[in-house]
Ligand binder design. Structure first.
Ligand SMILES: [Zn+2]
Length: 317
């Protein structure tokens, strides 16, 4: 497989719904979404702190004044989705931060989040990719319940709580386009892996909150919602939602089996790289899987390993 098609930094997904490349790690890795209606706007996910100038530039290229943004909504508090929220909120005077009730505290005081992320990724990665984290003022936050509807202009956005990848994960259903903006609820993929004749993504289940039952229930709920397409944060748009959900379930089932067979998290990482190759498009190699999905698969091996140790502790009680 070649390096995949080049991705525009700003792409129209549907009328009034733009995908904006946050530039995190590499082009075509992490997106945020810009929704507009009647001169008002919402931004779903924020990328990292370094993504904020690019997002503000995208607004001005769309002729959206900064004070026309009513909502900033991270799908969850992982830093490739919410790391830019504090800095973005400072630049958008009218915006409220919409957040899952269990994520709000981390946005107001990111210090505990920082400790956890440093422990997982190491200080060097944190300082390079994520620092500094900017808190969001509590009075600008609105917690979003499952089933709630909010509006951008007259355009309704329905909030779905979509746990599994993280307990505090939510997705945003744009009723007008029937596109579900799903953060990390429907796996991760990259340019070139989802095309007419290929559908490949990996389930990403990082520490510390992976819950397989919740992950599967979320996939089932999204299939039942039957959106016209799913717009994930990583990265190509998914229009075969049923097939994507079946693929993720099959890959997760296999991964859980390997989790119980593995001798360590590092061993599990290798098993995932070897085993998930079976689902790769026929012209893609294990080297490409490791190059493009290596970080996701490493995170997943850590998340699954932690989940296994919790299960073992539960069983021993
Ligand atoms: Zn995440």
């Amino acid at each position: 497989m070649s390096d995949g098609p080049k991705v525009d930094p700003l792409t129209e997904i549907a009328p009034g719904l733009m995908r904006c490349d946050t530039g995190y790690l590499r082009a075509g890795h992490t997106a945020c979404y810009l929704l507009t209606h009647g001169g008002r706007a919402a931004i779903i996910d924020t990328g990292v702190g370094a993504s904020v100038p690019g997002i503000l530039d995208a607004l001005s290229r769309q002729d959206i004044p900064r004070d026309a943004v009513d909502w900033v909504i991270p799908t969850h508090v992982h830093l490739d989705h919410a790391g830019g929220a504090g800095a973005l909120m400072q630049a958008l005077p009218s915006a409220r931060l919409g957040i899952h009730p269990s994520g709000a505290e981390h946005m107001a005081d990111p210090s505990r989040l920082e400790v956890g992320v440093r422990a997982l990724y190491g200080d060097e990665f944190f300082d390079r990719e994520y620092a500094p984290l900017t808190p969001v003022a509590r009075e600008r936050m609105v917690t979003l319940d499952d089933g709630e509807t909010l509006f951008v202009g007259q355009r309704p956005l329905e909030i779905l709580h979509t746990p599994g990848h993280a307990w505090h994960h939510l997705s945003v259903f744009d009723v007008e386009s029937a596109v579900l903006i799903a953060g990390d609820a429907v796996g991760a993929s990259y340019p070139g892996y989802i095309q007419q004749r290929s559908l490949f993504m990996v389930p990403v289940v990082p520490p510390p909150q992976f819950n397989p039952a919740a992950y599967r229930a979320t996939l089932a709920r999204i299939v039942a919602l039957a959106p016209r397409a799913v717009a994930p944060a990583h990265f190509p748009i998914i229009d075969r939602v049923d097939a994507a959900a079946s693929l993720l379930e099959a890959m997760l089932d296999a991964a859980i089996e390997w989790t119980w067979q593995a001798a360590s998290a590092a061993d599990l990482n290798q098993r995932l790289l070897d085993g998930w190759c079976r689902w790769l498009p026929s012209d893609a190699t294990r080297e490409q899987l490791e190059r493009d999905f290596g970080l996701d698969i490493w995170l997943t091996s850590e998340g699954l390993w932690l989940w296994r140790s919790k299960e073992e502790r539960k069983a021993a009680r």
